[in-house]
Design a protein around this ligand. Structure first.
Ligand SMILES: NC(=O)c1ccc[n+]([C@@H]2O[C@H](COP(=O)([O-])OP(=O)(O)OC[C@H]3O[C@@H](n4cnc5c(N)ncnc54)[C@H](OP(=O)(O)O)[C@@H]3O)[C@@H](O)[C@H]2O)c1
Length: 367
């Protein structure tokens, strides 16, 4: 542990990720608040360790370690990601660790995809959620939110849920993947990119995170947050192509992906049953660690993909996610965030995209 001398500290779980890192960069030292990055391993500190920060190492799935890492922080911002099963589990563990460590407020990064990538017109935070989305990620995010609402009924921790859409900015995979697809000649869009892209520049999200952490009226609420402008996918994708010296002809018009739901592996489905969760709650942590230790002595199968990542489109096809996203006809409103949090996005879309492309040049060694 680094030993910086701190006043008020907010913990950031998943501080090594795209949003977590930008949150630390944007909020550390502001208004007398210091940020305490909480990461799962020493290798996750590669960028963070360049600054004098009071970081801790704790896996967001390890309740005792996480509890220790959160002690002394009145606020915890959760920006970690796992596979769909881990997303749900992380919500429970985050709440319990916050409660045990005396954290007053947990700000949970949920996602606009709890409403689907192509939400019906009129959707806002009052629209009931469901768990029948074709993408497992969406359903996991819904379950995580529900679990947090349920846990927060004991009143030990205030929970605020933020639902951003497409979060872009420097270091964003939305930028690097689009550039890679364009260069590889496999970029595609639907209806010439006329669908609505519910974008939010990462610095606008960091601003919303700060408000969610501090505004008393936010307690217990969920907020959609986005950019001020209504952005079409072509407003997002075409400037990337032009920046690379390409034009509109770089985008193919592949047929939309068939609307087939992702399959849930049987073991993941088992972990979601009430009986399994009750058993999990009843078994003491020490016993769980013992079982895990014994299990790890067996030869391991090939590791599963760790966190949810944007699926890449096969050449000449759109992924299901792209099909849904680009078929969107509804700009998700952030009127509730404006009203209760005073949220006004500080970064205009065009300026945010320009700095993202500047970063791309830097990352690819062109500046
Ligand atoms: N990016 C978007 O467009 C977007 C949109 C809506 C919502 N969100 C939500 O915002 C949050 C942050 O997203 P992001 O884009 O910043 O993700 P990211 O860049 O992939 O970062 C994920 C973070 O979670 C950690 N992590 C990944 N797998 C883990 C595991 N199995 N166990 C423990 N830690 C793990 C990573 O640690 P390592 O560095 O050690 O790998 C990293 O710190 C997520 O909850 C995501 O659902 C993102």
């Amino acid at each position: 542990m680094n030993t910086a001398n701190l006043s008020t500290s907010w913990a950031v779980i998943g501080a090594s990720g795209f949003i977590g890192l930008r949150t630390v960069e944007g909020l550390h030292g502001r208004d007398g608040v210091n940020l305490r990055p909480v990461v799962r391993s020493a290798t996750s500190l590669a960028v963070l360790a360049r600054r004098r920060l009071d970081w801790r190492i704790a896996d967001p799935r390890d309740l005792p370690a996480l509890t220790e890492a959160l002690r002394g922080c009145p606020v915890c911002l959760h920006a970690a990601l796992g596979d769909p099963v881990q997303i749900e589990r992380m919500a429970t563990i985050a709440y319990r660790a916050c409660a045990a460590a005396g954290v007053r407020r947990l700000v949970w990064l949920s996602s606009a995809s709890v409403h689907g990538q192509n939400p019906p017109p009129g959707t806002d935070e009052s629209t009931p959620l469901h768990e029948s989305h074709p993408l497992a990620y969406n359903n996991a995010k819904v379950r995580a939110e529900r679990r947090l609402e349920q846990l927060a009924r004991d009143g030990r921790v205030e929970v605020v849920r933020l639902r951003p859409g497409v979060v872009f900015g420097p270091r964003s995979r939305w930028i690097t993947d689009a550039a890679a697809d364009l260069r590889a000649g496999r970029a595609g869009w639907l209806g010439r990119g006329r669908g609505v892209c519910n974008s939010i520049h990462v610095d606008n999200l960091v601003h919303a995170l700060r408000l969610a952490a501090t505004v008393p009226a936010a307690a217990g609420e969920a907020f959609l947050v986005g950019d001020a402008e209504t952005v079409a996918w072509r407003d997002f994708l075409l400037p990337i192509a032009l920046h690379l010296g390409l034009d509109e002809t770089a985008f193919a018009e592949p047929p939309p992906a068939p609307l087939v739901a992702e399959r849930t592996p049987p073991l993941a489905a088992l972990t979601r049953t009430r009986l399994y969760q009750r058993l999990g709650d009843a078994v003491p942590d020490r016993a769980k660690r013992l079982v895990k230790g014994l299990a790890s002595a067996w030869p391991a199968p090939a590791p599963a993909r760790d966190a949810w990542v944007l699926p890449r489109a096969p050449a000449g096809r759109l992924t299901l996610e792209q099909t849904l996203l680009q078929g969107c006809a509804w700009k998700l409103p952030h009127a509730k965030a404006a009203r209760l949090l005073g949220y006004v996005p500080p970064v205009p879309f065009a300026a945010g995209l320009a700095t993202s492309l500047e970063w791309l040049d830097f990352a690819e060694g062109r500046t």
